[in-house]
Design a protein around this ligand. Structure first.
Ligand SMILES: [Zn+2]
Length: 352
């Protein structure tokens, strides 16, 4: 039986609002998501473990210290300066190689890539706990000898890069998990099946050949995050050839998604991955409020089944997937077909 990880501290962050079409709207990345995903875990009968606290080192292996300081200190600084209950930027630099401002609004613009990663009083606590959940799942596989583990990460992480939050993401849980695995395994792949391109993950590993990044997503020419995720982005320097994007036309369903997944699985095989992180977004669902792709519950079952054919250790990290009638069903179908209840059967659990 596969183990799941989750901490109640992950429920504390609530970004409340973000800006869509010039208007403040309720943010869809709500704590309730985690509660819904829990029902799928319970239905599968997976054991849910609280993560250990591995401290800051595994997080600082991926994120800049200046950014980590910002995430922990900007809220009180913002409030002391008369700011509202949410840190949201109003200016951004052309690039991030220039001077680092002293002013709270300047820092917010430096580190928050868009308006969909507001920082509240409890954001750091939840983002930190979400990262610890990913670390514990990775270590359960790396040090504990488990074949696979599921990290119920929330807030998600794949839009966050080393010094930049974005798209509901603050700490890149999938990247942190991959780096943890990298301490034991020479070649690690991150397979991102979220509706949105994993731009933060791509950016973090873009010049590296030891971690292959692959992302299947709605075509960024028509969909968030817009500026990254095209097939031509294949890596740089040592990382040339080690980043693969599979943009899909808006509205694509099961068969188109699975055809792209076939290509990604071949690439993982050719890379010779010793371990894999699955960045499991469920927002490619036909029922998801983002409405970019049209994967059915049966499609998630087929995706899980195909990924379940990987023979190397696999850590599944939850990314997006928003409240809809099939959110829990889609996770259940994926994990069930992946083999969550049949993998890692120990002698004591097995048939007598
Ligand atoms: Zn997403």
């Amino acid at each position: 039986m596969m183990r799941a990880y989750f901490s109640d501290d992950q429920l504390r962050h609530h970004g409340k609002t973000f800006i869509v079409a010039g208007e403040k709207k309720p943010i869809p990345e709500v704590p309730e998501r985690a509660e819904i995903l829990h029902t799928a875990i319970a239905r599968l009968g997976l054991e849910v473990c609280a993560p250990s606290d591995a401290g800051m080192a595994p997080i600082a292996a991926i994120h800049d210290n200046q950014y980590l300081d910002f995430l922990q200190t900007i809220y009180p600084e913002w409030i002391a300066a008369g700011g509202s209950e949410l840190v949201i930027p109003n200016i951004h630099p052309f690039d991030r190689n220039g001077p680092y401002p002293r002013h709270h609004a300047g820092k917010a613009g430096f580190h928050l890539g868009d308006t969909s990663c507001p920082i509240s009083e409890t954001t750091w606590q939840s983002a930190y706990a979400s990262a610890q959940t990913a670390i514990s799942a990775a270590r359960h596989v790396r040090d504990g000898g488990a074949q696979s583990a599921y990290a119920l990460c929330r807030p998600p992480g794949h839009h966050a890069s080393s010094n930049l939050a974005g798209g509901f993401c603050y700490l890149n849980n999938s990247a942190i998990a991959a780096q943890e695995l990298r301490e034991k395994y020479d070649r690690v792949a991150i397979l991102d099946v979220d509706l949105h391109h994993g731009n933060g993950t791509q950016h973090i590993f873009y010049e590296r050949s030891d971690i292959l990044t692959l992302s299947i997503h709605a075509d960024p020419m028509d969909f968030y995050p817009f500026f990254w995720g095209n097939a031509e982005e294949t890596g740089a320097k040592d990382g040339i050839g080690f980043n693969k994007n599979y943009p899909l036309a808006l509205g694509s369903g099961d068969d188109v998604f699975l055809a792209a997944l076939d290509r990604a699985m071949v690439a993982i095989d050719e890379f010779g991955a010793d371990a894999v992180v699955v960045a499991l977004g469920l927002d490619a669902s036909r029922d998801d409020p983002f409405g970019g792709l049209a994967v059915s519950p049966d499609g998630f079952s087929r995706i899980g089944e195909k990924i379940g054919t990987l023979t190397c250790p696999t850590v599944i990290v939850q990314e997006g997937g928003y409240v809809s009638v099939t959110l829990a069903e889609n996770l259940y179908q994926f994990l069930s077909a992946f083999g969550a209840t049949t993998k890692n059967i120990s002698i004591s659990e097995g048939p007598k």
